[in-house]
Design a binder for this molecule. Structure first.
Ligand SMILES: C[S@@+](CC[C@H](N)C(=O)[O-])C[C@H]1O[C@@H](n2cnc3c(N)ncnc32)[C@H](O)[C@@H]1O
Length: 296
């Protein structure tokens, strides 16, 4: 029997929906049945399963968890681009400059720590690295460490390569493109790669934001957790924001995606402006920079 002729039965959809919710927090609404059918149909066909139910059992019973990873990979949306929601990068530049001039901050910190908490294929941490590295050039003595994590193994492998097609680098400020992206040729194709000194600042790892409690040891000055909470329901968002807040240093900042909001969620952070929150402590930075990046 060909799966094209099979329907995704409501009961099977509910099983898959539950599995996805439990393991990733992604809340597939009633309207996502076609999406699930389209994205998982290929796997059902490739694996010669007779039905979505058979495929579901296969995933559920896989002791390695690899099949589950693949299912979640297929379901999740990984859309991103370099310097997405550029206002956050302007703010980051301003924050770093402010902290670097703050005597107390300098006494307490020799390293600036940033976490890109749903980094997809790496565009966000690569953009963070360009901005933070470039700003810190004016302030020797502060190291840069970026942690970049995502649920998807496939995305993490891609992100580690830091390779871009020419049309993907159009959103990078020209000055940064010249300084931090190296033109290379691979299999007759022109590509751009983030330079090694910036790649060295980033550690990539698979990490599930649904992990019940986070223990990263040292806390972060800035966390970018953008365009992932939109897939979670309110209780899941609330639990996540509180775990993220626990990983911020006092005075640290959380940036969320442009269509996300923490309204109606209980959390300990102060509102700075839409999509920007701050953990109470020192190092307040008033207002936002008006000037664009050099060369933009
Ligand atoms: C739309 S991308 C966002 C990329 C980037 N932050 C941005 O704003 O451009 C959403 C990412 O969240 C990841 N994701 C979904 N659920 C997750 C979870 N439970 N833990 C970690 N990452 C998750 C997906 O794999 C996907 O790569």
């Amino acid at each position: 029997m060909f799966v094209d002729t099979l329907d995704l039965a409501q009961q099977d959809y509910e099983l898959i929906r539950r599995l996805v919710y439990v393991h990733s927090g992604i809340n597939l609404g009633d309207g996502k049945m076609q999406l699930v059918k389209a994205r998982l149909g290929k796997k059902v066909r490739q694996g010669n399963f007779h039905s979505f139910r058979d495929y579901y059992h296969h995933v559920e019973q896989d002791p390695t968890g690899d099949r589950l990873c693949e299912l979640l990979d297929a379901i999740s949306t990984n859309t991103t681009h370099l310097f997405r929601e550029v206002r956050h990068f302007h703010l980051l530049q301003k924050l770093i400059t402010h902290w670097a001039h703050d005597r107390d901050w300098r006494i307490q910190h020799t390293t600036l720590r940033i976490w890109s908490a749903a980094c997809a294929s790496g565009e966000e941490p690569h953009s963070l690295a360009m901005v933070a590295y470039d700003t810190l050039l004016n302030h020797p003595g502060i190291d840069l460490k970026i942690l970049a994590t995502d649920l998807s193994k496939r995305m993490i492998s891609r992100a580690t390569l830091a390779l871009y097609k020419p049309n993907s680098v159009r959103t990078v400020p020209p000055d940064f493109r010249t300084k931090y992206l190296k033109k290379i040729e691979r299999n007759g194709q022109v590509l751009f790669q983030l330079v090694p000194q910036l790649r060295k600042t980033i550690t990539f790892a698979r990490f599930n934001l649904m992990t019940p409690s986070f223990h990263f040891g040292l806390r972060f000055n800035v966390i970018f957790c953008r365009n992932v909470m939109i897939y979670f329901d309110r209780p899941t968002q609330e639990a996540l924001v509180n775990k993220l807040a626990g990983q911020l240093q006092p005075g640290g900042y959380l940036m969320i995606g442009h269509s996300e909001s923490l309204q109606g969620i209980h959390h300990p952070l102060s509102y700075v402006e839409p999509t920007v929150y701050r953990k109470t402590g020192s190092a307040v930075v008033e207002g936002m920079p008006k000037e664009p990046f050099p060369g933009q």
